[in-house]
Design a protein around this ligand. Sequence first.
Ligand SMILES: Cc1cc2nc3c(=O)[nH]c(=O)nc-3n(C[C@H](O)[C@H](O)[C@H](O)COP(=O)(O)O)c2cc1C
Length: 403
Amino acid sequence: MRKNNVLIGVTASIAIYKALEVISLLKKKGCSIRVAMTKEATRFISPVVFQALTNSKVYVDVLEEFDDLSDTNITHISLAKWADVFAIVPATSNIIAKLANGISDDAVSLIGLATKAKKLIAPAMNSDMYLNPITISNINRLKEYGCEFVEPIEGDLACNTKGVGHIADVCDIADKIESMLYEKPLSGKNVIVTAGPTSEAIDPVRYITNKSSGKMGYALAKMAYNLGANTILISGQSCLRAPYGVDFVNVESAEEMLNALKDKIKNLDKAIVVMASAIADFKPKNYQNKKIKKRDMTNKMVIELTENPDLTKEINRFAKDNKIELFSIGFAAETNDLIQNATEKIKKKGLNFIVANDVSRSDIGFSSDENEVSIIYANGKIEKLDKMKKDVVAYEILRRIET
Ligand SMILES: Cc1cc2nc3c(=O)[nH]c(=O)nc-3n(C[C@H](O)[C@H](O)[C@H](O)COP(=O)(O)O)c2cc1C
């Protein structure tokens, strides 16, 4: 499904402790990790800490390898070959300058020059250093050579000031590294995913919603980005983090979701739409502008409901009217007669295929990290997938797209 070997280059920035967090996150993602450090970096944190975290020898001294011929796995060339991704976290202005100019006088810059692995750089430095035209020119040069960057953000800096230069969020860095381990079969394609529940307002403080967590949709958006797509995630209320690299749009009601969908596809010739959100079928007929007071209710409160638009049907019609070629994938969350209900939906809504899952089970579906789905195609073919993690389900769904 993806490659696995990540070599982390660590340099002497105040943000060095973030490298430990990134490594922990990558370990949770199942990556194999090795570490190379500059000598200066070892004065900030001992290599022993990285060694303990990765269960592997840390590469620091470029000459030491000649004293240790028995361990050929730690020579810079074999490490450089071993890596699928070489990520420098954090990256000092010094290492950026060295890499941009082919200098290779420490373990990290030496591997930087020797490796053919994809390269990622997460800069961290004082804002005057980051905005110095020399650093900017070095960064641009490295970008021209194909290095990717997770740009630093505004935040607290070591020099007791605020400004740009604060290392990017560790989850973003780990997600970006993970994305670089994937092939890019969806490169150049537009994937729009809807996720989470919609909330239909009763009054300014109350609404009707459902139990969708958004996990399946977020996993799909993240995987679409990993596989190289230009990805947009339109999400109802969810406590999940917006995935790195994805254009994120937050909405509340079904109507807002439909408008966002139309807005995002209107200028495209072709798009893949994955409708993984749990859209409320009904909404309150009469929205009350002011909070309904308890004293105004009799002992019985009745909310009249009216039907929401069918987003899948509407978006297919909109695409047809505007000559946009859509490949659309729907989801069917059912508690009974799963296959029969899903098959009816695929015909009614003009989908390419539908992903059916049983939400009556607590071990899969809503809020769960795993799912067990069946994929039903327009031609009637049914494929039943085993129970698996939602990111693997996302991969299995996206690799079945034919456009
Ligand atoms: C406490 C401290 C914090 C530092 N933080 C940074 C930093 O965040 N970014 C940076 O580019 N340099 C920083 N420096 C300067 C580098 O450590 C210095 O340029 C060093 O030579 C870099 O070595 P290396 O790139 O070989 O690891 C810091 C220095 C000190 C003493």
